[in-house]
Design a protein around this ligand. Structure first.
Ligand SMILES: Cc1cc2nc3c(=O)[nH]c(=O)nc-3n(C[C@H](O)[C@H](O)[C@H](O)COP(=O)(O)OP(=O)(O)OC[C@H]3O[C@@H](n4cnc5c(N)ncnc54)[C@H](O)[C@@H]3O)c2cc1C
Length: 591
């Protein structure tokens, strides 16, 4: 019997044993799990299903920025920028383990370009080809941006430098620049882990004494918040939604007074499956590459370099987890097609790196990971993709088979605004259920952000309390990786006599991964390598490492030799198929 699948099957069984709740959320991306957390905190009975792994859709494909969206000012989206800046500042407080201040520098090649076209763009509503933003336009934007930070401002104001001083600070920058503008936003180190923390908090809130299930039960099918990954909504039947366990093929019908369709870029497809086709969405694909390139890493000076490529696209180069993240594109996409980062996109990324750091060579051998996803944007007609609103809205309908259950479809929604969005969505749900909001999620720390040490003294105290058995250095590394939830990992390491470093990836250990596999809804090896750890992101998931991790968690997941082979082969095929990482080549070059 497999612990991973048992837990997952148990999660499915918890749904099936009591197949109704006040709310059913379809989609376990950040917006789905955040809405579940919010509703669970109100004492609402809520179920969530995700057809793949949690945060494996758009939520795993982002540029890792928690940002006010300075460029949305150009589209006149003041409400969104204001909300985004407020939420950014809030997340720096409630999720300090994963959301960190990010110094951002914009290299500027002209003084006025864009200023003249910007008002025109408002009038034409974004149609037409974007042009390079000049210094004056960026300056105006930054002044407004700073002003939004006033009051709740947690980050320093912007700085504008002329060419000479800019090059003194970032000497590898293209010497043709005229200015640089530097301001602060925030980066999200591990989006998938942050989403898991939100999910974890939601499930816990549904089990707290203040949120007892109908039978007063705290756990199992009586818990007020229940969630299962690898469960797909595929139809309607009688009064409910038909769901299928993707692992066992088992089917069930779940009923709820409100169904929340939070399936991101798949929202229309989910509505079609529910019997009411919609045409809300018009998502665009964006890709990224991750480079293992110490020279480029050093050239960024630890900053995000955020700029406009010659085609008017806003692109970025930035240091993350010891690697350099480069992105992104904005291309129309049909959601029925696979989403991949293409060779043309890679060429485009190399071109933009050359534009900003012309004397730094980059090549495909330095790519350790590529990823792509589709932004859940609203349909946008002939508006250029870069100008489509990043704001969100909620559409209401009734579930076709019942005529009474309400379906709320979320259209849009960035990572940055997930807390506020969840609150809005939850308010709509509460309105339908005629339930009063009991509490706000504003200011409520998330997961390993609870009690996170913010001063040297607090850090020393935390390390003193948690270093036994693992040492200070490792405790500090685990704190950086999991926030204060590291203490649970450390307890698991202490209790596991067989702990040792993972082959070829010594930053992780066997007891740590066994703990994650046992407690974090891991069903496939890929879940652990891509979304519970950053082993794939950093390119450390080489063949030996993949095999070692599979064998390490096999017992916890109940895998036999065939399962290990299958899981390992699936991961290696994924890495090779998408050209994300040349497993063989890297493996041999290390011998
Ligand atoms: C290239 C790119 C760059 C981005 N950069 C940033 C950034 O820097 N900052 C920022 O704030 N935002 C950014 N975003 C936007 C952000 O990532 C998304 O808007 C956000 O993650 C959407 O979350 P979601 O939960 O709504 O959707 P998703 O994460 O896509 O979640 C929807 C889930 O629904 C599931 N699902 C679909 N159909 C079904 C079904 N029938 N049954 C069950 N489950 C189903 C899917 O498997 C999926 O996991 C970026 C997005 C992209 C693509």
């Amino acid at each position: 019997m497999t612990a991973g699948p048992v837990r997952r099957r148990r999660a499915f069984a918890e749904l099936v044993e009591r197949p109704s709740a006040q709310v059913l959320i379809i989609g376990g991306g950040i917006n789905g799990v955040a809405t579940m957390r919010d509703l669970a905190m109100q004492g609402v009975d809520v179920m969530l299903i995700e057809r793949g792994d949690y945060a494996s859709g758009a939520s795993s494909a982002s540029s890792h920025m928690i940002h006010g969206g300075i460029r949305y000012l150009e589209n006149g989206e003041f409400r969104l920028v204001h909300e985004s800046v407020t939420e950014r500042n809030g997340l720096l407080q409630i999720a300090p383990h994963y959301v960190k201040p990010l110094k951002t520098t914009v290299p500027i090649f002209s003084t006025f370009s864009g200023v003249l076209s910007a008002p025109l763009r408002f009038l034409r509503h974004g149609a037409g080809r974007p042009r390079e933003r000049g210094a004056a336009l960026i300056k105006i934007g930054l002044v407004i941006y700073d002003s939004f930070s006033r009051g709740g401002g947690r980050l320093p104001r912007h700085e504008f430098l002329r060419r000479r001083r800019s090059l003194a600070k970032l000497p590898r920058l293209n010497p043709e620049i005229r200015y640089t503008a530097t301001y602060y936003d925030a980066s999200m180190q591990d989006p998938e882990r942050l989403a898991l923390d939100v999910l974890h908090d939601g499930l816990r809130a549904g089990r707290s004494p203040g949120a007892m299930g109908p039978g007063g039960a705290e756990m199992g099918s009586g818990a007020l918040a229940r969630a299962a990954n690898y469960v797909e909504a595929f139809g309607v039947s009688g009064g409910g939604v038909r769901v299928r366990d993707a692992i066992t093929g088992e089917e069930a019908v779940l009923t709820a007074s409100v169904v929340v369709n939070a399936s991101g870029p798949w929202t229309d497809l989910t509505n079609a499956a529910l019997g009411r086709g919609t045409r809300f969405m018009g998502g665009t694909k964006g890709s990224h590459i991750v480079l293992d390139h110490p020279e480029l890493l050093a050239a960024t000076g630890g900053r995000e370099i955020f700029f406009e490529h010659s085609d008017g696209r806003i692109v970025l180069i930035y240091p993350l987890n010891g690697r350099v993240l480069v992105g992104t594109t904005d291309l129309e996409h049909d959601m029925r097609e696979p989403v991949t980062c293409t060779e043309e996109e890679v060429d485009y990324f190399f071109g933009l790196i050359r534009h900003v750091f012309p004397d730094i060579e980059v090549g495909r051998a330095q790519i350790v990971y590529r990823f792509a996803g589709v932004r859940p944007l609203p349909g946008h007609g002939d508006l250029a993709p870069g100008f489509v609103s990043r704001d969100y809205r909620i559409e209401r309908a009734t579930l076709s088979s019942t005529g009474t259950a309400q379906v709320l479809s979320l259209v849009g929604g960035k990572w940055t605004t997930f807390r506020a969005l969840a609150e809005h969505l939850s308010d709509e749900v509460l309105g339908i259920l005629r339930v009063r909001r009991a509490t706000s999620t504003k200011g409520v720390a998330i997961g390993g952000g609870v009690g996170y040490p913010r001063t040297e003294k607090a850090l020393r105290q935390w390390l003193a309390a948690n270093s036994a058995g693992v040492g200070r250095e490792r405790a500090a590394r685990l704190l950086a990786r999991y926030g204060t939830r590291a203490s649970e990992v450390i307890a698991a390491i202490r209790a596991d006599e067989g702990d040792r470093p993972i082959r070829d990836a010594a930053a992780y250990s066997t007891a740590e991964l066994r703990h994650l596999a046992a407690t974090e809804h891991v069903v496939h090896l890929d879940d652990l390598l891509r979304r519970r750890t950053n082993l794939v992101f950093t390119g450390d998931a080489r063949r030996d490492c993949v095999r070692d991790v599979a064998e390490t968690i096999a017992e916890v997941c109940g895998w036999d030799a065939d399962d290990i082979e299958r899981e390992e082969a699936a991961v290696l095929a994924m890495l090779e198929r998408q050209g994300r990482y040349r497993v063989e080549e890297r493996a041999t070059s290390r011998v």
